[in-house]
Design a binder for this molecule. Sequence first.
Ligand code: HEM
Length: 446
Amino acid sequence: MFSLPRAPRGPSPLGNPLVKAVALAAALLAVLPTTALAHAVLLRATPSSSQSLEQAPAQVQLLFSEPLDPVFSQVQVVNAAGQRVDAADSHVDPDDDRLLVCSLQPALPNGMYTVVWRNLSAIDVHPDQGQFPLFVGVPVTQPTVAATGLTTTATPETTFGRWWFYIAASLFGGVLATWKLVLGPAIADTDAAARVHRYAFRLILTGGVLLIVGTLFTAVAQAASAANVPLLQGFGQPLGDLLLRGRFAAIWWPRLGLEVASLLLIALGGIDGLASECALATLPAVLLTSALTSHGAALPEGTAPGIAIDWLHIVGATTWVGGLIALAAVLPVVRGAAPVGPKVVGRFARLALIASLAVLLSGVLQGALEVGSWSSLLTTLYGQFLVLKTVLLAVMLALAGLNEWRRRAPGGLVGLERGVRAELALGVVVFGVAAMLSGTPPTPIS
Ligand code: HEM
């Protein structure tokens, strides 16, 4: 459990909104008591590996923390020679979707057996696997295989798919939002208007195409990961199993539909007017599809708060990073038109401040809900990723402050371009860490 930080005495240093946000985030940490499991974690095995059984059981039952996808969840039992001794009837119990069951062949001889399982959470669609020994008529000994455990089964492809999604969503939605709120108003009636408009349109269009490509790739990567086969074998049966039924399909198809619709709106209607506003309005829904399959969707406190917090986080992150992409692309274009650059950056600073506050608050809140204790921050891989993200966020905020100072300094525009690129590069790295975090169970990995 988190302990309450001591309240500061004397005059309040909390004048700055960022300082206020940090203080609020720390206060939230202090009052959040829970630890989330996320992923379908093995809670109980019957029979367990800690007892010597007089005879082989008729069945092995594994109870998990989340509902299981029946197609991609399986348990097998093998003997010391690695031969299967179960009756090949592995299934999710029809009366309890968290229970994975298989029968054993009759009259098994005494010896040590290994129960091997692999599952797919029906909520956050994360696959996991583990194994544990069974001792039949022999004493319990130090097992030759790892005891009951959770192994992260995020593949490099699923992680890459998530990273791609965050960048493409920033390029499409973040740049479009920045165009509407920052660039368009700042460059209207200037010489640079036509060139910036062209640039922004191409960027947004590219982002829309990348978003769709990424969504298609993610389905194949997820199918391969769920079926435990190499990427190319994800095509065919696993992809059909994933996209023709179940929770993943119910989220994936609307995501693809929204992405195609918003790309068409931009391609046909441009980045001004009603069509582009409709395209922008679909983006929160596209980002919601990510939150619906995040760890936040599997919080024991209830899915709605976890999804809402994750959604706020990803909306803030893609708006911030998308704005940085827009700025990095546009600042060199307006270099000759002296007052335009600082004006654009000045308007963006306000948007970035709101977005970064949303990222900070929601990130800390979600981190607290997932890890649940200060010690887990250092002892779990999930916690270590969180610490890394916090450090990177601090550096991004420091760079943002420096960029703001450069904006006001005379002749600081060239340094400002470098500063914006550096902040953007860090954002891209943080997206990579976020992609790894989303595939890592918040519990310790054995
Ligand atoms: C104080 C710093 C931060 C903390 C504590 C934090 C924490 C978190 C947590 C707990 C998650 C949920 C991962 C899961 O599914 O289990 C997450 C996801 C994510 N974070 Fe952060 N984060 C921070 C900063 C950032 C920054 C600076 C960015 C980018 C600008 C960012 C981008 C993301 C993205 C894109 C996701 C994935 C959301 C999704 O897939 O729905 N985070 N973060």
